[in-house]
Design a binder for this molecule. Sequence first.
Ligand code: AMP
Length: 276
Amino acid sequence: MQSYSENLRMEGERIAFVPTMGYFHEGHLRLMKEAKKMADCVVVSIYVNPTQFGPKEDFSKYPRDLDRDLKMAQSVGVDVIFYPADKEMYPANYQTYVDVEKVTQNLCGKSRPGHFRGVTTVCCKLFNIVKPHMAVFGQKDFQQFITIKRMVDDLNMDLQIIGLPTVRESDGLAMSSRNKYLLKDEKSSALTLFKSLKLAQKLYAGGETKSSVIINEVEKLIKRTPHTAIDYIKICDTKTLKDADKIKSQSVIALAVKVGKTRLIDNHVFGEKLER
Ligand code: AMP
């Protein structure tokens, strides 16, 4: 992969990279299509990274379907699929990790200790392997996007990080490979995340800026929904990801809710369009 990219670079070609864990949906394809517009060569990695899963999380049952993924990637003009094995990524005696300290403290960093250390480590490795000029991420994983940007700035990595808006189903549910886990009657409950973001946006548009008020209303809505258990509902500053008491121009509401056994996340930056 490195020599392939090196050759492209010597020919003056621009490389855009989309890191994924596979089991593609339209959200992944959107990133690939946008990457295609920005560069001469689009590289997509498919790697379910063990170091970002906690011991009780869904690493072994995370959905995988390489054949389906290859066809989908080909349909949008992806040039290269990088599909490494665990032994290549983490050989025996592996011992180096990247840790972004502050923006990983809140939100999913609290509920999933070690998760972002795994994410930044694998992204750092993938950036060194793929040597892209730019890498494209979804803002659905807002904290991941902010954390990767921080790492790239802090470590002077020579690539541009691009964030793209969340792609949703027609009913508003954010697309996710994990939606496959949802049982039939849990699907409507999963919509509570999008409805919560809509409610928060409506309250804010009506003049409410106190985070606690909005969080309380959202909490009530989710608690009324069957099959749900709240992990967190938070309003944070978009740069520091610290809790914000009041909504300012740069604030995000971020949710993590378990629907049945499936943990879903979603977010909305106040003032931005909440697209279906
Ligand atoms: P994953 O395979 O879930 O690790 O996701 C790979 C990339 O796709 C990450 O940058 C995600 O943020 C992005 N992504 C996942 N779901 C969506 C979505 N619904 N809309 C936009 N991007 C997404």
